[in-house]
Design a protein around this ligand. Structure first.
Ligand code: BES
Ligand code: ZN
Length: 447
């Protein structure tokens, strides 16, 4: 009981750092959070180091490694998304609170609560006087939410000391409370900003409307041209290489206690929509998409202002599935937009960060060990084998640079509000995460 209280108190300290990686003005708080975390890892008996990078620091920690044991790398991130509008939160984002067994704070689910459960699992094993059953490496970064721009080169540089047999990540979700969930695939992501430029200055829409193309209208036309009426993406080459779902996946997903009804409930929309010919789970886990994340241009103030705005812009991201390649998708989209764009406006395209998708076999030896650990900690349900629609780009890079597969054992619930107001993580899942760390390391050591 005491240990739990301490674990929760420490988690609350961790959650109190506004370690928002996207906001340069918060770099000092991100750095403080990294030092605090390294202090925790040291205090439980590991040897921890804070490694500066050109961006935010990477925290590494390890136990004494011995021959003959598998090496397990546990990856997570201590950075968080911006809190957004404070008025949309019931309690302040960086002042964690428990209400009805649920912890509310930015980062509680994504990813501080989940990675800290691993830290506490290790702490508990070591505090019992036992040795860890594996050679362990913690790698906890501070730039996941901005696309891990410095982690690839960090992995290259430390390739030898980070050599491992398998990687464990708890930065994904579970399909329903109490349902053990193993994620074996992630979508990739590729970002782009587009700007449509028209006249030198905003023009009177009475004097010039009808003669000069309206950049906001052109932008809307460009964005609308990305999709066909059946919900598919109309960019030539977009689906090139997309691997079809396998029969066992469709069958497994059909048994999962999660689908349209839960998604409608959590999101508050009256009906779901997407690419025709696929179920909702297939569309979010196994199909690529094009999304407009933001759109702006022209007069936004109160009342009417009769202008043709000088420009308009939009932020886009594309979710990618195995078989696709981020660079090729961005190139295909740019080609498409330039073709559709009419004369009289200029289209500027700026490519953003990108990360490749990931797919592994949940039935591999490591996958089976993960399933045994999940079944032990969350008994009574079949382990749900899923892919996730979200992205953790470094997981693909782990495969490429470290040659190791990643087990994704997340415990965030569908209503965890990751990236949104009132982000939350249940105390029960924090505790399950602690037990899962202990069970997982045992199962991986057993082989
Ligand atoms: N934890 C998420 C990834 C995730 C989300 C996995 C949902 C499974 C389900 C991660 O922290 C994240 O938000 N990633 C970004 C990546 C981007 C910033 C490069 C994402 O998916 O938008
Ligand atoms: Zn996130």
């Amino acid at each position: 009981m005491d240990t739990n209280a301490t674990a929760l108190e420490l988690l609350f300290e961790f959650l109190s750092f506004p370690s928002v990686s996207t906001d340069p003005s918060r770099a000092p708080q991100v750095a403080e959070c990294a030092s605090w975390l390294a202090g925790q890892l040291d205090s439980i008996g590991l040897s921890a180091e804070v490694h500066p990078t050109p961006g935010h620091p990477v925290v590494l920690a390890r136990n004494p490694h011995r021959e003959g044991r598998p090496t397990v790398l546990i990856y997570g991130h201590y950075d968080v998304q911006p809190e957004g509008l404070i008025c949309q939160w019931h309690t302040p984002p960086f002042e964690p609170q428990i209400r009805d067994g649920v912890i509310y704070a930015r980062g509680s689910a994504d990813n501080k609560g989940q990675i800290f459960a691993h830290v506490q699992g290790v702490a508990r094993t070591l505090a019992s006087g036992a040795e860890l059953p594996v050679n362990l490496i913690f790698l906890i970064e501070g730039e996941e939410e901005i696309g891990s721009p410095h982690l690839d080169s960090f992995l290259e540089k430390h390739r030898e000391s980070l050599r491992c047999d398998v990687i464990a990540v708890s930065d994904t979700g579970m399909v329903a409370p109490g349902v053990p969930t193993l994620t074996y695939g992630l979508r990739g992501v590729a970002a782009m900003e587009i700007r449509v430029k028209g006249p030198n200055v905003d023009l009177h829409s009475g004097i010039y409307g009808g003669a000069v193309r309206n950049p906001a209208t052109v932008l809307a036309q460009l964005l609308a041209s990305l999709h066909a009426a059946d919900g598919s993406v109309s960019v030539v080459g977009f689906y090139e290489g997309v691997l079809p779902l396998q029969d066992w996946e469709r069958a497994a997903w059909a048994r999962i206690p999660f689908g349209d009804k839960q998604i409608e409930e959590v999101t508050g929309v009256a009906a779901l929509g997407g690419e025709a010919g696929f179920t909702t789970l297939e569309r979010i886990w196994g199909r690529p998409t094009a999304e407009v994340n933001g759109i702006a241009g022209g007069f936004q103030g109160e009342g009417t202002k009769t202008i043709i705005p000088k420009d308009a812009f939009a932020k886009l991201t594309f979710r990618l599935v195995p078989g696709q390649n981020a660079e090729a998708v961005l190139a295909a989209v740019e080609r498409h937009l330039r073709e559709v764009c009419p004369k009289g406006v200029t289209l500027e395209v700026e490519l953003g960060h990108s990360g490749e998708p990931y797919l592994c076999d949940p039935h591999s030896a490591h996958g089976q060990a993960a399933q045994r650990a999940l079944a032990k900690v969350l008994p009574g349900h079949e382990v749900a084998l899923i892919r996730e629609g979200g992205s953790i780009p470094i997981v693909n890079t782990f495969q490429r640079i470290l040659g190791a597969e990643t087990l994704l054992l997340g415990l965030a619930l569908p209503n965890c509000r990751a990236h949104g107001p009132d982000e939350n993580f249940t105390v029960a899942n924090f505790e399950a995460g602690i037990a899962l760390n202990q069970a997982l390391l045992q199962e991986l050591a057993a082989g």
